[in-house]
Design a protein around this ligand. Structure first.
Ligand SMILES: [Zn+2]
Length: 82
């Protein structure tokens, strides 16, 4: 039985050919889980920021068009509109 490549305990399994003990395998699985989770949450936060910036640009240009050229946005033209 080979020694674990990380902590030198008895390796019970081989992770991609690297002798690994159960506790190191568990630890790495948890780290991977954490990394994936952090990345996904960060992606979500980034996508919200991007969407917010896009909405802000759109609102800004609608106001600008109205103030500088009197263009009323289509969705505000209907009677009974806001
Ligand atoms: Zn180990």
């Amino acid at each position: 039985m080979a020694d674990c490549a990380y902590c030198k305990a008895n390796a019970q399994l081989f992770d991609d050919g690297v002798p690994t003990c159960i506790s190191c395998a568990n630890r790495m699985a948890l780290e991977m889980d954490k990394r994936v989770r952090v990345t996904l949450v960060q992606d979500l936060v980034d996508s919200h920021a991007r969407a917010a910036r896009k909405e802000m640009r759109k609102a800004h240009s609608r106001l600008n068009d109205f103030l500088s050229r009197g263009i009323v946005p289509e969705d505000l033209k209907q009677a009974g509109g806001r």
